[in-house]
Design a protein. Structure first.
Length: 137
């Protein structure tokens, strides 16, 4: 079983350069209101203000960047990652699985996000029927 962290990446993940739209972007006002939840990220194509991954009840995790589940392209990419993983192991432990639920995501970030888990689990199990998803929340 592999640990799968759906809501954030490291600060130096390649998507920061290649797909900054996969992340929750912030504004100067966001930074002023909650400086612990946002960070400036240096990029070759220009710096960006992005959100740290976080639980709605705690400050941002300073070594992470929050993925934007309101972006359908990000959801498709994450499903693709799960499909790849399913070809390599028997299951995933989904760390903090609740953070990508639409109501939790909206409460945390003020943005709507479609359901992820039903689509993701169905699409993975279409290819690997016995694949195990275990939620940790």
């Amino acid at each position: 079983m592999l640990d799968f962290v759906p809501n954030h990446t490291a600060l130096d993940h390649p998507w920061v350069e290649e797909h900054p739209e996969y992340y929750v972007a912030g504004t100067e006002l966001d930074l002023a209101r909650a400086p612990q939840d946002f960070t400036w990220v240096k990029r070759k194509r220009g710096d960006l203000l992005l959100a740290h991954g976080r639980d709605p009840y705690f400050p941002g995790w300073p070594d992470t960047l929050q993925l934007n589940y309101g972006n359908p392209a990000l959801q498709e990419t994450m499903i693709g990652e799960l499909v790849k993983i399913a070809g390599q192991c028997d299951g995933v432990r989904c760390d903090m699985a609740m953070l990508v639920l639409p109501d939790v995501f909206e409460r945390t970030w003020g943005r709507q996000a479609p359901l992820f888990w039903p689509t993701a689990t169905r699409r993975v199990r279409e290819r690997v029927p016995g694949f195990c998803f275990m939620a940790e929340v």
